[in-house]
Design a protein around this ligand. Structure first.
Ligand SMILES: Nc1ncnc2c1ncn2[C@@H]1O[C@H](COP(=O)(O)OP(=O)(O)OP(=O)(O)O)[C@@H](O)[C@H]1O
Length: 386
């Protein structure tokens, strides 16, 4: 029968992967116990790599196979360093903002800006210090939706002060560009614009900055992910299968950029008749559950087509603030609560501020001229009850 000394002596033949010394010489073997034909070993190693653990398990089992029948190997190792969206660039150009939520959609017109506004206002109503950065350079609708259209930006030094509406700090490319001016955005310009919106705006200390991205997966998403540690992404989609295919691309992008997925908002999920209050299925309902499961995330909420949502958007009066008793407002509040819970779970205990900022002197974004596109589509229709 093998003894502890026999086991230790066999383990002297197991080299620590990548080194000439054995795990015994390194002092990584912390405990060996033998019980008849079984033995258990406790290792405490310095690498978090999966490959190192796998190799050690294989080699230990091999050297002990003649001595004992059953081997239990327990390995203590450091936690794998967490990948952030900015892990490669190491940049964090807005360290005083605790959490960044990237609101994305696979395609345009699905209600991404509407969702951003209502989630942000709901988060402020739930006591958070919140901002919205409208980075949708192709169609910056946030000023209209927050009742800020046409307001002049206040410039202090060479930085711009965000507006405040309904308890939320807001800055939009739309407020910095001259309305109606067309501009073709190319890669480098998009990157510069996104960086300036983070660096040259006097953002206060915020708990959450919601960022309304241009639709799709392009340079803007990449730049943002490399510029700050994005806490999580929220995907907005409508329930039709064609929209879900686009959403997959958007969700794949989150994964590639190491952005945790906070959840999916299924927008225009059914229709609530303003006259009878009845909910009817128009584009399909509940189709995002399977998508959420596939990406190991959650559906934050199913938002119906409700005229009050569109009217609130057009009038600059977010439904969650002005009609808190409406079904949509309640669902936005619930979705926000779920999102905040998720943020609390994933956000590191390490303060964002402890990641060293890189702040080369920037040029004020206020000088940037461009286009403001307004794309408010109305979703009317009826449930057929009248
Ligand atoms: N659940 C809803 N019920 C009723 N109207 C809605 C709903 N969601 C969005 N809308 C309306 O649909 C239109 C498009 O919404 P929004 O601008 O938020 O979409 P988007 O995805 O941000 O579009 P873009 O790609 O142009 O930025 C707006 O008029 C908005 O008020």
């Amino acid at each position: 029968m093998a003894t502890v000394a026999d086991i230790k002596s066999a383990l002297e033949n197991v080299k620590y992967p990548g080194f000439a010394k054995s795990i015994i010489e390194f002092g990584f073997v912390k405990d060996v116990q033998v019980d008849g034909s079984a033995c258990s070993i406790l290792l405490d190693i310095t690498s978090s790599a999966k490959e190192v653990e796998e190799q050690l398990r294989k080699e230990i089992s091999a050297v002990l196979s003649d001595l004992v029948e059953n081997v239990t190997i327990n390995i203590k190792k450091p936690q794998e360093p967490k990948q952030h969206s900015n892990s490669v660039s190491g940049k964090n150009i807005a360290p005083h903002i605790k959490n960044f939520v990237m609101v994305s959609s696979g395609k345009g017109g699905v209600g991404k800006s509407t969702t951003t506004v209502n989630l942000a206002v709901a988060a402020a109503m739930q006591g958070k210090k919140v901002g919205i950065l409208d980075a949708d350079i192709y169609g910056p609708n946030i000023p209209r939706m927050m009742g800020l259209q046409g307001k002049e930006v206040e410039v202090i030094g060479n930085k711009a002060k965000p507006f405040n509406a309904y308890g939320v700090d807001v800055m939009s490319m739309g407020s910095l560009m001259q309305e109606g001016q067309a501009l073709i955005w190319r890669g480098a310009m998009i990157m510069k614009a996104i960086e300036q919106l983070l660096r040259d705006i006097l953002w206060e200390e915020l708990d959450i900055l919601f960022i309304d991205m241009p639709p799709g997966t392009g340079d803007a998403q990449l730049t943002l992910a490399q510029s700050v540690p994005v806490t999580c992404g929220v995907n907005v989609t409508t329930p039709q299968h064609v929209a879900l295919d686009d959403s997959r691309r958007s969700l794949d992008m989150f994964s590639k950029l190491h952005i945790p997925i906070g959840g999916i908002i299924e927008n225009m999920s059914g229709f609530i008749c303003p006259k009878c209050g009845e909910e009817s299925d128009i584009f399909g309902m509940g189709t995002c559950e399977a998508l959420a499961e596939q990406y190991n995330t959650q559906v934050l909420g199913n938002l119906p087509i409700e005229p009050a949502i569109r009217e609130g958007g057009d009038a600059g009066k977010p439904v969650v603030y002005f009609q808190p008793e409406s079904e949509s407002a309640k669902r936005y509040m619930k979705a926000t609560q779920k999102l905040i819970e998720y943020i609390n779970e994933v956000s590191d205990k390490v303060e964002n501020a402890s990641i060293q900022p890189t702040t080369p002197p920037g040029v004020s974004a206020c000088s940037t001229a461009g286009a403001a596109k307004s794309s408010n589509h109305s979703h009317g229709g009826g449930c057929g009850c009248h």
